[in-house]
Design a protein around this ligand. Sequence first.
Ligand SMILES: C[S@@+](CC[C@H](N)C(=O)[O-])C[C@H]1O[C@@H](n2cnc3c(N)ncnc32)[C@H](O)[C@@H]1O
Length: 323
Amino acid sequence: MDQDEDTQEVLSDVHVHMTHTVITHTYSDTTNTVAVSRFYLKDKTLNEKGNNVNRLQSAHIEVDDDGDLDVTRKPSEDVVAITIEHALQTKLEDVGKQVWQGCLLLADFIIHNQSDFSNATILDLGAGVGLTSIIAGMFARKVFLTDVGAAILNMAEKNVALNQHLFPHGSSVCVRHLDWQQANPFTPTEDGHSNDTSIYQFKETDQPDLLDVTIMLAAEVIYDLDLTESFFRTILNLMSTSPKTLYISLEKRIVFTTHDLDVASPAYEHFCDCLDELVKRSDDQCAFEYSCIPCDFPQFFNYNRTKELELWKIVSRHGKTDK
Ligand SMILES: C[S@@+](CC[C@H](N)C(=O)[O-])C[C@H]1O[C@@H](n2cnc3c(N)ncnc32)[C@H](O)[C@@H]1O
């Protein structure tokens, strides 16, 4: 994440590797200029786990005379195209409108381990414009793509629609508002967000699927100490109710701090403390464990998989547990 000191704008490194087309959209009464990136995935990757490694390539987007996206469903027999609308550079509060490297790392992991995600019900937290949810949706029965605020949820909804043809028959990706800073994230908000996000609130009919969630995803949600606290409170609540596995990707960002007068990674260190705190919350009924997953699985997307990119797994086990 590069931060421009003057404008306080942040820029994801992912965009350096992507060819994109810029288009202008109007949502309700707001005009939005977005970039569109398209990735191609060989069909073989979907069926022959890791044996036939084909990189997803970012490629040129076709726009017709009216400026609408030309969604070429299948450019050739054995290629799948994934189309993502996103912002190129944003203020910190809008980082979810960009695509982040950890999102691509988690997507690689899902593609390589697709049988583990097959037919699952999945909850994606802080999903942003939705690439990870869309990849999960290619294998899962149901994905809840969640984030906060109408602007980002509208972009996610658009991306789900652009990639609808990739989801197996009978499965779906639903866009929902889920705010970690809300005591009960599944009830409608009572703050200023409520009107904007009303169409994305969880519904009564979501309840059976929410009870079925066994896998949770979170890509690049560790960057702010207070938000990390809220995030961990949310996963404690969600994972305490039934056995679940959470995969969380992050980039260990090293910064110079005036407090230490040295380089440090405060967000990462705080994340590690939160992991230890979570394990301490284990009791007779629910035990938490965590581990770091080696990132030696094949790379399907085009990005720079540095050693700072990490993937973690948190598991909640239920029933009589040994503390
Ligand atoms: C760095 S972005 C990552 C987006 C996406 N997962 C990716 O990797 O491309 C962090 C995401 O966390 C979301 N977020 C921030 N605060 C949140 C909150 N209180 N509740 C839910 N999501 C939140 C942001 O809106 C944003 O989409």
